[in-house]
Design a binder for this molecule. Sequence first.
Ligand SMILES: C[S@@+](CC[C@H](N)C(=O)[O-])C[C@H]1O[C@@H](n2cnc3c(N)ncnc32)[C@H](O)[C@@H]1O
Length: 323
Amino acid sequence: MQRRIIIALVVVLICIGGTALYLKFGTSGSKENLSSELKDNPSTDAKDNPSTDAAGNPSEDSKVDLSADLAAFTLAPQKKEITIRNMTGVPVTYILKPLGSDRNSVEKTLAPQDIDRLSGGIEMAIVFHRNGRETLYWLDTGKPYTFRYDENDELELYDGSHGRQDTEDLAPFVPTPMIIVEKMLEMAKVDKNDIVFDLGCGDGRIVITAAKKHGAHGVGIDIDPQRIEESTADAREAGVEHLVEFRLEDAMKADISKATVVTLYLLTKSNELLRPELEKKLKAGVYVVSHNYSIPGWEHKEIDFFSILDVQGEEHYIYLYQK
Ligand SMILES: C[S@@+](CC[C@H](N)C(=O)[O-])C[C@H]1O[C@@H](n2cnc3c(N)ncnc32)[C@H](O)[C@@H]1O
């Protein structure tokens, strides 16, 4: 019976889409349209999902004892590990459903700041409750995910970030739209004499654009190896690999003393954490441009502010500071 339910679930999931998992980054001010196509799909409603009862609660079938399966996950090699980090400040409960395997679903509760490590090399579906509705996402092997609250204070699972306990998780990966990238560089008056540092560089688009359009040098720093690979490949494709460099590093610990311009697209709390590093390491006069999130404590250093719509009509904010 259980096995049939799992198979039925897998078929439903495959039908839903092969749709890619695009997770959303969204505390206040961030309106990136990266929400999963699955999120608003009626087939993710509790009534259609065999893992829950009509009220949307986990069904008895989803509550089986999985200790043996979990032990297997934990003991398997770490290479294709999925990590889920809880950045919400409260415990989060979710159900994991291994895909393409006859392993059973398991319900888990993750304490604040804890990281769930799934090292079985198996793709998973994850189901959690968001504003009373069941939300279902796909988890790819080898990738990190983070629970956070979105701009509506609702629980959301974000792509990117990292599963490390030894360093701050400053923000999940969401790229700045190109129109905003160009405005940020324009506001900081970037030219060929600049060295632009992007702290948490994602796919490297800011430093690559600074190099390609303005002839500037650039250094992109990110904690996620996948982002550094993407950035390096994109720089090569853009023909600016001689001007830019990408470093797999913690932005909190990086040497940024050579920067003439620093760009940020991190959360407000992360900007606050980073501020002492900016104060300690940057030369006087350096421009710091931040997408959407201000730097608390630097109000007196703010020299410009711009509000701009992206191509989807969403409003973005750009804060320009001078150290
Ligand atoms: C919102 S994205 C911004 C990407 C890029 N700057 C842009 O604007 O398009 C934030 C990035 O910060 C990275 N990140 C998070 N914590 C970090 C840390 N401690 N050190 C370096 N990068 C970090 C994430 O991996 C992610 O790629």
